[in-house]
Design a protein around this ligand. Structure first.
Ligand code: 4AD
Ligand code: MG
Length: 436
């Protein structure tokens, strides 16, 4: 039996007899010879299949096989100047494992058709490369935190209350009671710092935002570290190290993937701490100098984010936001009571917010005051009965703490310079799509 190899090892196997497990990517030829381009997870190779060299059965199978049939080929790797790579597999045996019906995706297809057939489109080289990058980004993020003493924790995704705007919650019928898909696991990460001190959750978050933008998903993967005895400053330091490390690791280890998206690894190697820090107030000034019309209390939209960092090469922190537009868990800044102790991290080149983080109010009296303020401002009632467990954290041995939430698909979109966030996740859930 010849040795089974991944296709990317074929170049080093010239003259050897090997076996390849893959899928038929293209097929041409006639008469007594067929040229089959086979793909596996590592790449593609041309195989020549000659009628005289294989069994009659094998020839009948390969002649009838449609593209995307799965196939096992055995043969010898030979140098062949006419093959695209300079070598090919000369087949001595062919086995079709699973035949294929006519494949619904052909060369030029609309974005909608590709989304309808996402389960099949994931086989394309582009999606394969994005999904590999995604797996590496997950790996690098986890590894960075794991080697710095963080424990990964697993939060529940079904909850009884939200912690962010609350307006964007998906409601679930929970055995006759109302429950929600979590919009952030922060409150659960908070609970765990009183036990493990440095933790992170890495789980989906759900946002029923009715926004149809290139950066919003209804379901996204959210990395949420939380640290005891941390503050806004330490929080930002960790973020810039984490983000730099992820960009640098990709540049060092996955150059080929980056290049297939036209991304220069040298640019990602330049992403190093410290990142620029500008206050929200300064950000408004920059935007207004560029012709925007922003006033205190306005949030930043997609176009503002683009203007703000269009000329930046590294991410930028926007710190100290107005207290009236940030959630009730963020503490008032003692040096400027109009603001809270928080920071959002904006990706360079106008790619938008990738992280939101803050200190957390850790004293009960302060928290109750702030909740009352938010209820008064927003004319809402925050159902405290659903947060009793979270308030308890302030009742029993509380400590100052801080944390942040990083949207993984936002980071992937930025790093690979993708047009739309939906390509950063295998099966995107957006406002008009939950299929396939
Ligand atoms: O700024 P957000 O809403 O902050 C929180 O949820 C905090 N509780 C996080 C924390 O402190 N533990 O969301 C954090 C990040 C954003 O910066 C963005 O990267 C991502 O989550 N995000 C989304 N990603 C894709 N689609 C959406 N609809 C997103 N909404 C937020
Ligand atoms: Mg945010």
């Amino acid at each position: 039996m010849s040795k089974s190899i991944p296709i990317d090892q074929a170049a080093g196997s010239v003259g050897k007899s090997v076996q390849i497990h893959g899928w038929i990517h293209r097929k041409r030829g006639s008469g007594g010879i067929l040229f089959i381009v086979v793909r596996d997870r590592t790449g593609t190779i041309q195989a020549s299949v000659k009628k005289d060299l294989i069994t009659q059965n094998g020839w009948a199978e390969i002649s009838a096989a449609a593209i995307e049939s799965s196939i096992i080929l055995s043969g010898t790797i030979k140098s062949e100047p006419r093959a695209p790579t300079g070598y090919e597999l000369e087949a001595s045996s062919v086995k079709i494992v699973g035949g294929s019906e006519p494949f619904p995706i052909t060369e030029y297809q609309s974005a909608e058709l590709l989304l309808d057939n996402r389960h099949l489109w994931l086989r394309s080289q582009r999606m394969r490369d994005i999904m590999k990058t995604r797996a590496y980004v997950f790996r690098y993020l986890r590894k960075f935190l794991d080697t710095r003493g963080f424990y990964e924790i697993t939060p529940p995704l079904l909850t009884t209350a939200g912690g962010e705007t609350g307006a964007d919650l998906f409601e679930v019928d929970y055995f006759g009671q109302k429950a929600y898909l979590t919009e952030s696991s922060q409150f659960y990460s908070e609970a765990m710092v009183f036990s493990l001190e440095k933790v992170y959750s890495f789980a989906p978050s759900y946002r029923a935002e009715k926004s149809r933008t290139i950066k919003h998903l209804a379901e996204y993967w959210h990395l949420e570290p939380e640290m005891a005895y941390s503050d806004n400053n330490k929080n930002m330091k960790l973020q810039e190290m984490l983000v730099s490390n992820t960009a640098n690791m990709l540049a060092k280890n996955n150059e080929d993937l980056l290049k297939s998206f036209g991304v220069d690894p040298q640019l990602l190697l330049k992403i190093k701490p410290p990142f620029k820090r500008i206050t929200y107030e300064k950000a408004l000034q920059i935007l207004n100098d560029k012709g925007a019309d922003k006033k205190w209390g306005d949030d930043l939209g997609v176009e503002d984010e683009r203007l703000l960092t269009e000329d930046e090469e590294k991410p930028v922190f926007v710190t100290l936001w107005p207290r009236e537009i940030k959630p009730f868990y963020m503490p008032i800044n003692p040096k400027d009571e109009r603001t809270v102790l928080c920071a959002d991290l904006q990706a360079p080149k106008g790619q938008g917010e990738i992280i939101g983080g803050s200190e957390r109010i850790w004293k009960m009296d302060e928290l109750k005051e702030r909740i009352a303020e938010v209820e008064k401002n927003k004319q809402v009632k925050i159902a405290l009965e659903n947060y009793q467990w979270w308030l308890d954290l302030r009742r029993y041995g509380s400590v100052p703490h801080a944390g942040f939430g990083l949207g993984v698909e936002r980071i992937i979109k930025w790093l690979l310079n993708l047009d739309h966030i939906r390509d950063a996740i295998p099966f995107p859930r957006t406002i008009n799509r939950a299929y396939p």
